[in-house]
Design a protein around this ligand. Sequence first.
Ligand SMILES: [Zn+2]
Length: 328
Amino acid sequence: MNSEIGINPAGGATNTTPRTAAEIAENMLGSIDWISSTMGYCECPGKKMHGSKDGTRDCAVYLDRVPTLSCFHGSCKSAVDAANKRLRAAILNPTNDADFVPRKITHEEREKLVAREKNNRLQLRARKALPTILKKYRWTSAGMLNDSPVNVRENEADHWKLLLAKFEPDDVIWIGERESSGRPENAVNFKTVSEWVKREYAPHTFVCPATFKNTSCSRSNDNVVERRFVIVESDLLTRDEVGAVFRYLIECGMKLVAVVDTAGKSLHGWFEYPGDEALDELRLLLPALKCDPKMLTASQPARLPGAMRGEKRQKLIFLTAEEVEITK
Ligand SMILES: [Zn+2]
């Protein structure tokens, strides 16, 4: 089975007797749905003890560090603990050496396991909650336009100025095309907000949600001075579905500043930067909510409203009225 999926984390040849950690795990736990070379989901060995309904991804197997089985349910703990003992013995002592003494898990390893389990539970909870979130917080793109505190139905060509007003006037921001970065001549793509807004039209197609050093010519993370916003986007949810995630994040305490219609298939939710710790949680949460964590990078270019994308205009469909408070 393993040779078919090409998982071979512990190395070694595949033959009829299980030799790799993945093979040993599958031999013991049954088929494993591998997510990476060292992590997958299996049927919980204590499934019978689950009180609530089973999901297919309730029980995770990790083969990096200390081989570990971790189930979302609590009722199966005794079965999971027993399976962990057998799994570790089988992987760490495959020859069943009588003198084998299992190495004690270090304090650091223990803490990492606990943190991983917590993160795993957070993701599972979000993944399970998504259908409910999509229903309960439903917010279509037409609904956003209706609910927008600032009327953004007109003067779409000026929308970029409305978004830039959410920065501080002295903030140095990057506006450009995707490739306008990294060469000395790209210094012109970094200007203060008050300089940019003197232009009549949207200068380029993209903007970054962070501020830069005024000497930058590259929008690398090293040149970022301050993160003002994070952008939430989904390639998997439709324009009428992703709003539910925006509203759910508002419910979780995040502040939505603007929603940009990218003139493609997706919408961008611009949120106030929530702080580094909350950002780590978002990185975990967003994939479970079918959103794209790559947009959370400070220097990731995003569509500037007001600019054209082919025949269509990128535009705001939601904008908060009050000035964004920025504490320095
Ligand atoms: Zn279980």
